[in-house]
Design a protein around this ligand. Structure first.
Ligand SMILES: *Cc1c(COP(=O)(O)O)cnc(C)c1O
Length: 403
């Protein structure tokens, strides 16, 4: 035994002491006293739903982004469905999207009896590759559905240019990207419609909730109708007008967000800027640390982008390690680092394989990205000590397995 051999700390997966005593999740909400008070106040008010907190939240949200209209929904998924409806996606239509996303992005096309068509992604940002999108446009294409993966805005100018050429609607799934900037502008008024989620792991939470923003009055009108059974006026407007009469003009849903949720959203919105700054600080610290670690690669950021960092994903070069992703993932979990993987490509889920005949191999860039990524904890409530725990655990685990 050589005297100079480094004393190696045993990994937790091999019975060593974990880097942390308790699990650090990959994402979570921050709820403070003022948030709780806002909800309590809403509960004591006259309106639990269809009340004044809804336009108040929508207007504040639209103003924050610089969009003309914001229409709230009961979830990000409902908001995607609303946007697919407003875009006019119907039986036989196609919409082009990325395989590297949460299934809801593609499912909203199916809800409208359309067909999601996948195009492969760019290897740097893991966002839709405009050239591959252009190659998938057909006479049936109605919409493009880019996703801002991890909070890095998609190539929006290129998407809009393709849409312009073929008369398509661009629905941006910005569920990762509240506060992201593209060429100096916040996402939310760049695409024809932009969709956000308020799930607890996202930048701002209402428990469940979502929003569509747009500058187009006709889309905003369709969005308001479809979330409320296809009815053309709200309950509060009718009460104000002393009216009982209403008309159902299209087949809609109950996709309304409550006043309770909107009160929480308004309170959370006040802290959004500060929370984005914190996420960006964490990303900067991570990137500085991971740049020094051979075998892993920090997320790439294009010059025109200021990401909002919903996720922070590192990519592994597994040729340089003695084991694969599964073991490294489990080793990090054993250190109490709540790693995750985003995403299993949508076309590889059993439902999509069975319905559309996908077998794997169709979208090599997305599939190889999926095989090489691990998402590390990233949320605005992380302390500096939490961030250092993640860096230490990654260093320890990859140091052990590196060839
Ligand atoms: C979170 C998310 C959704 C869905 O949002 P919900 O509010 O959970 O319905 C859709 N697309 C992407 C990319 C998401 O991350």
């Amino acid at each position: 035994m050589s005297l100079s051999a480094p004393t190696r700390v045993a990994l937790a997966i091999h019975g060593g002491t974990p880097v942390r005593k308790t699990l650090l999740p990959y994402g979570r909400q921050s709820i403070e006293e003022d948030d709780i008070q806002a909800v309590v106040d809403a509960l004591r008010s006259d309106w639990l739903t269809t009340g004044p907190k809804i336009p108040e939240f929508e207007e504040a949200f639209a103003a924050w982004l610089g969009a003309r209209f914001a229409v709230s929904f009961s979830s990000g998924t409902a908001a995607l469905h609303g946007a697919a409806f407003a875009a006019g996606i119907a039986t036989g239509d196609e919409a082009i999207t990325t395989p590297l996303t949460f299934a809801a992005t593609a499912n909203c096309v199916l809800y409208q009896n359309g067909t999601p068509v996948f195009a492969d992604i760019s290897a740097d940002t893991l966002n839709l590759d405009p050239e591959r999108v252009a190659a998938k446009v057909s006479p049936k294409t109605k919409a493009l559905l880019p996703v801002d993966y991890a909070g890095h805005p998609a190539d929006l100018d290129a998407m809009l240019e393709i849409a312009d050429r073929h008369g398509l609607v661009v629905i941006e799934d910005a569920c990762h990207a509240l506060g992201s900037e593209y060429k100096g502008r916040r996402v939310g008024s760049i695409a024809h419609m932009t969709v956000f989620s308020f799930h607890p792991v996202k930048h701002l939470t209402t428990g469940e909730g979502g929003m569509v923003t747009t500058d187009n009055a006709a889309y905003a009108d369709a969005l308001r109708k479809v979330r409320n059974h296809g009815i053309s006026s709200g309950a509060r407007d009718r009460q104000h007008a002393g009216q009982w009469h209403y008309e159902m003009v299209l087949l809609g849903y109950n996709y309304r967000l409550t006043d309770i949720a909107c009160a929480l959203g308004l309170s959370q919105l006040k802290k959004l800027e500060e929370n984005l700054t914190r996420r960006r600080e964490i990303a900067t610290r991570y990137t500085a640390a991971f740049r020094e670690m051979p075998g892993i690669c920090a997320p790439f950021v294009r010059e025109e982008a200021l990401p909002a960092w919903h996720l922070y994903h590192v990519r592994f070069d597994f040729a340089r390690f003695s084991t694969g992703r599964a073991e490294i993932f489990h080793a990090l979990r054993a250190e109490n680092i709540g790693v995750n993987v985003h995403y299993i490509p949508v076309h590889l889920h059993p439902y999509y394989r069975e319905r559309f005949g996908y077998r794997g191999g169709e979208f090599p860039t997305a599939e190889s990205a999926y095989e090489s990524v691990i998402s590390l904890p990233m949320f605005h409530g992380m302390s500096d000590a939490d961030v250092e725990d993640v860096i230490r655990a990654v260093d320890l685990v990859i140091g052990y397995y590196r060839k």
